[in-house]
Design a protein around this ligand. Structure first.
Ligand code: C5P
Length: 298
């Protein structure tokens, strides 16, 4: 994420993510699933503005470029509000803030938009309210908000994430990678996709360490060989558009394709930024959801 000052306000650009490798290892006693995943940041951003307000005040205003904000939780349900409320309750009862959020990352897509917004809120309010929380303290709060929030706190280009996803080992990314990302009209609930997961015999060709090595040292060819997602089977079953898009993307002349997180967004890993733009244009022609040409980066 990128933070900048604008008068009394703080502006933050919160990136999205793609999971290029995601293996579910099993269901845990606490209801979550143990997983190993390779996440990368992508340059599709939500924008947030934080302005100091009178003591105790917490306000959130949302806008969106896409046709509907219906899938963005409003009020206290929004992860931004939950992050601000958590920080205020735990560390800053006398502080207040007005937050404006411009959503560009699609919701219910598996791109981590809500989690990235929550991480941005923790970082921005730590600065705005002069709380002086260190990285460990912020990570502890992030893990209470959701499994993907920790990844975004470090602003790493990529990371291996384990546990329920909240244990982060940042890694460098060996180059810039280019993608077409498609988000079908209907989203998928993370909870439902995990519930529908069953330990299927379809195992990945390689493990998380191979995936991490390909990301940090390899080029596109090596990275394309490790693309994998255990949740694809259940997502395809729950959402016909996921299956439709995965078939379309697989038939393109690209390095590889797959689904991110618990879906419903799918991606194709392209040979160049130019190819990503051209294919994005072709995908828009099918009028079956939102389409983005994005590259890796924070
Ligand atoms: O952690 P987060 O709030 O993003 O998770 C949403 C839901 O997804 C959880 O309530 C849980 O049902 C499911 N989940 C899971 N295993 C994970 C992450 C999420 O079962 N590792």
């Amino acid at each position: 994420m990128r933070c900048s000052r604008q008068g009394p306000s703080l502006l933050v650009r919160a990136p999205g993510k793609l999971n290029l490798f995601l293996e579910v290892l099993g269901r845990r006693q606490d209801g979550f699933h143990e997983l190993e995943t390779l996440m990368i940041s992508v340059r599709l951003y939500d924008l947030l503005r934080f302005t100091p307000a009178s003591a105790g005040c917490l306000e959130l205003e949302c806008s969106s470029l896409s046709r509907s904000t219906a899938t963005i939780p409003a009020g206290e349900q929004n992860l931004v509000m939950r992050a601000a409320r958590l920080l205020q309750t735990e560390c800053a009862p006398r502080q207040g803030v007005r937050i404006w959020l411009d959503k560009r990352i699609p919701a219910e897509a598996g791109m981590g938009g809500g989690s990235s917004d929550a991480a941005a809120t923790l970082v921005a309010l730590n600065l705005l309210w002069n709380l002086g929380l260190d990285s460990a303290a912020l990570h502890a709060l992030a893990a209470r908000l959701g499994s993907d929030v920790n990844f975004f706190l470090d602003s790493a280009p990529a990371a291996v994430c384990t546990g329920r996803g909240e244990q982060i080992a940042p890694i460098p990314l060996g180059g810039r990678f280019h993608f077409v990302v498609v988000k079908p009209p209907s989203g998928l609930s993370t909870k439902r996709v995990f519930q529908a997961w069953s330990d299927n015999p379809d195992r990945p060709a390689c493990g998380i360490q191979d995936a991490a090595q390909a990301a940090s040292r390899g080029g596109s060819r090596q990275l394309s060989r490790v693309l994998y997602n255990s949740l694809e089977v259940s997502a395809r079953r729950l959402n016909d558009d996921v299956a439709w898009w995965l078939n379309r993307l697989r038939d393109m002349d690209v390095w590889g394709s797959g689904m991110t997180g618990s879906g419903s967004a799918c991606y194709a890993m392209c040979r160049s930024a130019r190819q990503a733009r051209i294919l994005a244009q072709r995908c828009r022609g099918w009028q079956r959801g939102q389409v983005f040409a994005v590259s890796s980066g924070v």
